[in-house]
Design a binder for this molecule. Structure first.
Ligand SMILES: Cc1ncc(COP(=O)(O)O)c(C=O)c1O
Length: 472
C-alpha cells in the first residue's frame, strides 16, 4: 500500500478518535464549541484538511454540528428515547453489552422471582414420555434424518389449521417456519433484516434478550413507551417519520415485563402505519394463551393484508421449554430470506422434538392443560399481589402473562436490594435490564410463575422485609 495514504489515514483516525473521546467522556459538553480546524491542526501537528475531514465525518455521525461562520459544536444527545450507541463502531459496542439477565439467572436461589418461566411441576412432563415412545414407533428413523429447513410438514400443516380455526385467517403451511424457540426466530430476523446502524423501534421496557440480539447486530434502538393502555401512536408516527426505522419489535399481548396488552383499535392502526411507512412489525406473541379471565385481542398479524407483519408464536412457555418449538408466520419473500438464515443456523430444528410436540399439540390434553395452568397462575399472581400489598408499591395488575412490573419509590436503592435479596436466596429482575436505555432503575420485574404457592408466600415475606429495611 502507498505509505503516504496509510499515514494520512492514520492521522485522520487519530484526530477523529481524539475528538470523539473528548465528547464521549463529556470533557467537551453538549453545544460547546470545539477547537477550530486551524487550532486543532496546529495542536496536533496535522494538516488542516485532515482535521476538516475528521470533523465532517463526526458531523455525519451526529457527534458535532456546524453553525454558519461560528464553527463546530458538540451535538446534544437530545433524544431521551434514542439509545446512546457507539457510532464509531456499533459492532464493538454491541459486544461490550453485558447480558445482566443471564447473570441473574445463573445464581441458584430458593425463591426464584427472576425467571419468566412456568414452574416445571405445572408442565405436562409425564405425557411426554408416552409421546417419545409413540414417536419412535411411528417414525423409527426419526433420528436418522434431518428435518426440512422450514420444519416438519405435518407439524406446519397442523399449526396452519390451528391458526385458521382460531383467527379465520388465510395462511398456508408454506408461510410457516419452525424455529428453535422464539429466541431463535428473533435472532434470525435481526440477522436477516438488520445491518449495523439501522434504526429499530423497541417498546420501553422490553424483553431483554431481544434488546441484546438487536444490539449485537449493530442496530440503533429508538424506544416507544408502552403503557397499560398501549402506545402513544402520534408519538410513534413522529418517530417513524424522523428516524425511518427498519422495523418495530413488539410484544403487544401480556407484554414482558409489564403484562400490558395493546388494545384492538391500536392494533389496526399499527398495521396502517406499518403499511404507510413500509415498516416491518415483528410481533412476538409468546404469552398469547396465558390469560386469566378473558382471551386477549387477536394478534396484530390477523389485521395485516399487505404482508408487513412477521408473527412469532412460541409454545415453549406453557408446553415445554426444553422442546424449543416456536413458529414464525410471514409472507413468502420475507420467508425466503429467513429460510436462508435458518439453513445457515442449524439446517432445521430437530425432527424428534417437532414430532413429540406435534403429538401433544394435536391431543385433547392441551386444552385441559391450558385451563389448569391459567387457574394456577392466576392464584400465584394473586398471592404475589397480596404479599406486596403492604409495601405501597405501584403496579397494574396483569390480565395474563407471568410477571408483575412493579414501581418502587423514586431513588430506591434497587441494586442494593438485589444484592441483599441474593443473600436471602431471592432473585428478581431490576428494571434497568429491561430498558434499552438502561434506566428505569426504580422498577423491578417479579415473576410469579416459577415459584410454588408456599415458596411465593415465604419468599415474598422475606423480600418485603429486606426492602423495608432498606427503605429505613
Ligand atoms: C417476549 C419474549 N419473547 C421470546 C422469549 C423467548 O422464548 P423461547 O423460549 O420461545 O425462546 C421470551 C422468554 O422469556 C419472551 O419473554
Amino acid at each position: 500500500m502507498d505509505k503516504t495514504i496509510e499515514h494520512k489515514d492514520y492521522l485522520f483516525k487519530k484526530v477523529y478518535d481524539y475528538v470523539l473521546h473528548r465528547i464521549e467522556r463529556n470533557e467537551w459538553k453538549e453545544h460547546e464549541k470545539i477547537p477550530s480546524v486551524r487550532q486543532l491542526a496546529s495542536e496536533m501537528n496535522v494538516h488542516r484538511l485532515t482535521v476538516l475531514k475528521a470533523y465532517q465525518l463526526l458531523k455525519k455521525h451526529d457527534k458535532v454540528y456546524v453553525k454558519d461562520k461560528a464553527g463546530y459544536f458538540v451535538q446534544s444527545i437530545e433524544t431521551k428515547h434514542l439509545e446512546n450507541l457507539n457510532q464509531n463502531n456499533p459492532i464493538v459496542s454491541a459486544y461490550l453489552q453485558k447480558n445482566h439477565l443471564s447473570e441473574i439467572h445463573q445464581s441458584a436461589v430458593s425463591y426464584q422471582f427472576s425467571q419468566a418461566l412456568i414452574d416445571p411441576n405445572l408442565l405436562p412432563n409425564h405425557y411426554f414420555s408416552d409421546y417419545v415412545k409413540k414417536v419412535f414407533d411411528l417414525y423409527p428413523k426419526v433420528l436418522a434424518t434431518y428435518s426440512t429447513v422450514q420444519g416438519d410438514l405435518e407439524l406446519r400443516e397442523t399449526l396452519t389449521q390451528y391458526f385458521i380455526n382460531q383467527y379465520k385467517t388465510h395462511i398456508s403451511a408454506d408461510e410457516l417456519l419452525i424455529t428453535s424457540g422464539s429466541q431463535q426466530a428473533i435472532h434470525l430476523i435481526a440477522q436477516t433484516f438488520i445491518k449495523p446502524r439501522d434504526v429499530v423501534l423497541f417498546e420501553r421496557p422490553s424483553y431483554s434478550a431481544a434488546i441484546d440480539i438487536f444490539k449485537a447486530q449493530g442496530a440503533q434502538i429508538v424506544t416507544v413507551d408502552i403503557q397499560p393502555e398501549g402506545y402513544d401512536l402520534q408519538q410513534l408516527e413522529l418517530y417513524i417519520q424522523q428516524y425511518k426505522p427498519r422495523l418495530f419489535y413488539l410484544n403487544p399481548t401480556f407484554h414482558n415485563p409489564t403484562g400490558y396488552t395493546v388494545p384492538v383499535e391500536q392494533r389496526k392502526k399499527l398495521v396502517e402505519l406499518a403499511e404507510q411507512y413500509r415498516l416491518l412489525l415483528i410481533e412476538d406473541d409468546a404469552y398469547h394463551d396465558i390469560y386469566f379471565d378473558e382471551p386477549p385481542p387477536p394478534p396484530i398479524y390477523t389485521y395485516d393484508s399487505a404482508g408487513t407483519v412477521i408473527y412469532i408464536r412460541s409454545f415453549c412457555k406453557y408446553i415445554s421449554p426444553g422442546l424449543r418449538i416456536a413458529t414464525v408466520i410471514c409472507q413468502s419473500s420475507l420467508m425466503n430470506a429467513l429460510l436462508t438464515a435458518k439453513s445457515l443456523a442449524d439446517n432445521g430444528s430437530p425432527l424428534l422434538n417437532q414430532k413429540i410436540f406435534l403429538h401433544y399439540f394435536s391431543s385433547l390434553r392441551l386444552q385441559q392443560h391450558l385451563e389448569k395452568i391459567r387457574i394456577a397462575l392466576q392464584i400465584r399472581k394473586e398471592i404475589m399481589e397480596e404479599e406486596l400489598a403492604i409495601t405501597g408499591w405501584q403496579w397494574t395488575s396483569p390480565k395474563g402473562g407471568l410477571n408483575l412490573w412493579v414501581q418502587l419509590p423514586n431513588n430506591f436503592p434497587t441494586e442494593l436490594l438485589l444484592s441483599k435479596s441474593f443473600e436471602q436466596n431471592i432473585s428478581f429482575v431490576p428494571g434497568q435490564v429491561c430498558d434499552p436505555l438502561k434506566q428505569l432503575s426504580s422498577w423491578i420485574r417479579l415473576s410469579y410463575s416459577y415459584a410454588n404457592e408456599k415458596q411465593l408466600k415465604e419468599g415474598l415475606k422475606r423480600f418485603v422485609a429486606v426492602a423495608q429495611s432498606l427503605a429505613k
